[in-house]
Design a protein around this ligand. Structure first.
Ligand code: BGC
Length: 764
């Protein structure tokens, strides 16, 4: 029997093929009815379903759906099962709203905390982001709905968002900006991947053959289709050739025509068009198998949104005031207590089914008899208002505790523009200072998508809870944590710096004149602060609990192993406090010695474990080849090197509880990368190069010993300096010094040596 997709393609006209590769409307694909190819609907994403009421209308309002916490909060749960459940819930809503593909998750790296869309992204760490994204996609797709992994790749700023050229070296791309996509593609097989607006090293995301075909489709084996970000296509034919299968939004008559004409003129091989058609058809025909319509359980989804919010909130400071005990009077201060700040602006903006008011939820959870007061604290206009401060101070001084609910204004973070700074508003900072001056029990609850600087007031307050953009049910989650109904367990998926000036990309962000240079390279987030030994406010992986955990008996499955076998590291974790809680155990790998510079440590595994008081559980984390490898641009591949690695088992990236040292044996047979420009240093590092060179060098070394030896200290020093100098010279330049003594011209000699080396490397 013939392949149904091939038989559809065989019957399609050129016009129909071209039309299928562009949307019919802002949110639907082009149907080909007489061949039984229906349209399917796609919707944003990522933390809820933004199903517009009218798919023909780009800016139509959207139908009500559950607004889950945004990715910053989800990532801080470090809970892949919760991410999976969120995906399942989203898919249920998609089915009810007749949506086949949800446009998310976004798994770009948080290069700088100033990134305007950081609230939609998971982490500054590619491993964590990749694991969360993969699990979320698996959850969505387990229900027969597709995901769209976005924005591939290097979409890390909103300044000049449609065109900015992100300039970076290959290693940075491979080690930092691609792995989260790679993990998600390999582990979850997303139905679609959305290309980014921006350029990478001069080439638009929509026209980047290396990204879309060489890496995504060929290297990682992506089988779905690549969709453009909305409006990211500039040259439709070029984009098709580069592997961009579906252009959105539609309709775009001129684009369709351009494709038809290019095929007719012989500028575009029809087989390229067929390949995109094949990929799109495969997904459409899979999508329509999923029955649409029906309803979903709104209350269950609301409860799940509350659970995720509570697990993702991070307790940043607690002098013991939390959880709140029986209190007579609680002064609730801050607009965010009444008007929940629970999501960000832009394409991900969900029309929530309902929104819990934090102030009301607090009263529901508090012990009976607690008296509450409320005042606004800061105005909606973000201006400075002394009267609001005075009122807050009055309320706070009359109470047992002051709860400050502070949300960043939308002007300070949204899709479409980057953050101007990392600060709360002037009024909010003044409010914290004024209230904490009269009330020692001041607790700050923050709603924001990404880090803020807190140093100006942190010491003045008793506790701080990072509540993120917490989704529609976040108000209840805050109350659950404040009153100890939930033991906080979230840990930061991004570093909170002391100051903006300390952040890795500070002098390179946001670039200008159309270009941004990723000068910090592989050193973003904790990789940078670790390498600089620079202090931070709250490190990556940090978060407090109402209980305490002890780590003991660290062990490894084998202290010596081959890279391909990997190794498992285990540790016992005991809840040593009085309350049930969850601990997130993190494993970082440190390479003691490498040919290229590496970050002091990198997250390569984590596990979340629930423990009752006194209970102990063993956590085991498997590390594989990639846990130890780095991308070597010379070999253009991931490599491992023989040697010792430290496995840091930590409660945070800065609180390492145990270290196990292991010895890795690399199984790689690396090709020789010596060339005419290789330095003496590089020749000596290559075992074959060293062997080939030694006979030739022996007389030179002998001569040097005669010149610089003989016990004279000055001469010896000169000798060392000359040797160091020579080590960094290409061979040819060294040979020039000896030209008359050589059997042939220096250039020929280098060629000759290289030929010997390649032959011995088996590359003759
Ligand atoms: C955003 C995407 C989004 C798309 C559709 C674009 O502007 O960058 O994330 O999925 O619009 O709304």
């Amino acid at each position: 029997m013939s392949d149904p997709i091939e038989s559809i393609i065989a019957k399609m006209t050129l016009e129909e093929k071209a039309a299928l590769c562009t949307g019919a409307s802002p949110w639907t694909t082009t149907p080909i009815e007489h061949l039984g190819v229906p349209e399917i609907t796609v919707s944003d994403g990522p933390h809820g379903v933004r199903r517009v009421a009218d798919v023909k209308d780009f800016v139509a309002g959207s139908l009500p759906a559950t607004c889950f916490p945004t990715a910053s909060c989800v990532a801080a749960t470090w809970d892949v099962d919760l991410a999976y459940s969120m995906g399942e819930a989203l898919a249920e809503e998609c089915k009810a709203l007749n949506v086949s593909i949800v446009l998310g998750p976004g798994t770009n790296m948080k290069r700088t905390p100033l990134g305007g869309r950081n609230f939609e992204y998971y982490s500054e760490d590619p491993f964590l982001a990749g694991e969360m994204a993969a699990s979320f996609i698996n959850g969505i797709q387990s229900k027969g709905v597709g995901a769209s992994l976005k924005h591939y790749a290097t979409n890390n700023q909103e300044t000049q968002r449609m065109n900015i050229n992100a300039v970076m070296d290959e290693r940075t791309l491979r080690e930092i900006y691609l792995p989260a996509f790679e993990v998600a593609v390999k582990k979850a097989k997303p139905w679609t991947v959305m290309c980014a607006y921006n350029k990478l090293n001069g080439i638009y995301g929509s026209e980047n053959h290396k990204l879309l075909v060489d890496i995504l489709k060929n290297e990682w084996g992506f089988e779905g289709f690549v969709v453009s970000d909305w409006g990211a296509v500039h040259d439709r034919v070029k984009a098709l050739k580069a592997g961009l299968d579906l252009e959105m939004p539609g309709p775009r008559e001129r684009r369709v025509k351009a494709v038809i004409e290019a095929v007719r003129a012989g500028d575009l091989d029809e087989s390229i068009l067929n390949e995109s058609v094949r990929r799109i058809l495969q997904i459409i025909l899979k999508a329509v198998k999923t029955e649409k319509g029906g309803s979903f359980n709104k209350e269950e989804h609301h409860a799940l949104a509350r659970e995720i919010a509570a697990e993702g909130m991070v307790l940043l400071k607690n002098n013991g005031i939390l959880p709140l005990k029986e209190l007579e009077r609680v002064a609730v201060i801050g607009r965010a207590a009444k008007e929940a700040y629970f999501q960000g602006g832009g394409s991900s903006h969900i029309n929530p089914i309902k929104v819990d008011e934090p102030f009301l939820e607090l009263q529901k959870v508090a012990p009976r008899g607690t008296r509450f007061s409320y005042c606004e604290g800061y105005a909606v206009d973000d201006g400075f208002h002394q009267d609001l401060l005075d009122e807050a101070v009055q309320e706070a001084s009359d109470a047992d505790v002051a709860l400050l609910y502070l949300a960043l204004p939308a002007s300070k973070e949204s899709e479409g523009y980057d953050r101007p700074d990392l600060d709360l508003t002037r009024q909010q900072v003044a409010l914290i200072k004024a209230v904490s001056a009269v009330q020692a029990n001041t607790i700050v609850v923050l709603n924001n998508g990404t880090p803020i600087v807190v140093g100006e007031w942190l010491d003045n307050v008793a506790a701080v809870l990072e509540a993120w953009m917490m989704g529609q049910a976040g108000g209840g989650a805050i109350a659950d944590i404040l009153y100890g109904k939930v033991n906080p367990c979230g840990k930061l998926a991004e570093t909170f710096p002391l100051r903006l000036q300390d952040t890795p990309a500070y002098i390179n962000f946001p670039g200008g004149a159309g270009e941004v240079c990723y000068g910090e390279g592989i050193f973003i987030g904790y990789r940078y602060y670790d390498a600089k030994e620079a202090p931070v406010q709250f490190p990556f992986g940090f978060g407090l609990s109402y209980t305490t955990f002890q780590y003991s008996s660290p062990r490894v499955s084998s202290s010596q192993f081959k890279d391909v076998d990997g190794v498992t590291v285990s540790v016992d974790v005991t809840n040593t406090g009085k309350m049930a809680g969850k601990e997130i155990v993190q494993v970082y790998v440190h390479d003691r010695k490498a040919k290229l510079v590496r970050p002091p440590k990198e997250l390569k595994g984590f596990a979340k474990v629930a423990l009752n008081p006194g209970e102990t559980k063993t956590v085991s984390i498997a590390l594989d080849f990639r846990s130890f490898a780095y991308f070597h641009p010379g070999y253009n591949q991931w490599i491992t090197e023989d040697g010792e690695f430290d496995l840091f088992i930590g409660a945070t990236s800065a609180d390492i509880r145990c270290v196990e040292t292991v010895t890795l044996q690399s199984t790689l047979q690396l090709p020789c990368i010596l060339n005419k420009e290789s330095t003496l240093h590089e020749w000596m590092e290559d075992p074959v190069g060293k062997k080939v060179l030694e006979p030739l060098f022996a007389p030179m070394v002998e001569q040097m010993q005669m010149t610089f030896g003989g016990g004279d200290e000055d001469k010896q020093k000169n000798g060392m300096e000359t040797m160091n100098f020579m080590m960094e010279l290409p061979l040819c330049d060294i040979f020039y010094f000896q030209e008359t003594a050589l059997p042939m011209p220096p250039e020929d000699l280098v060629e000759n040596l290289l030929a010997q080396v390649w032959q011995q490397h088996g590359k003759g």
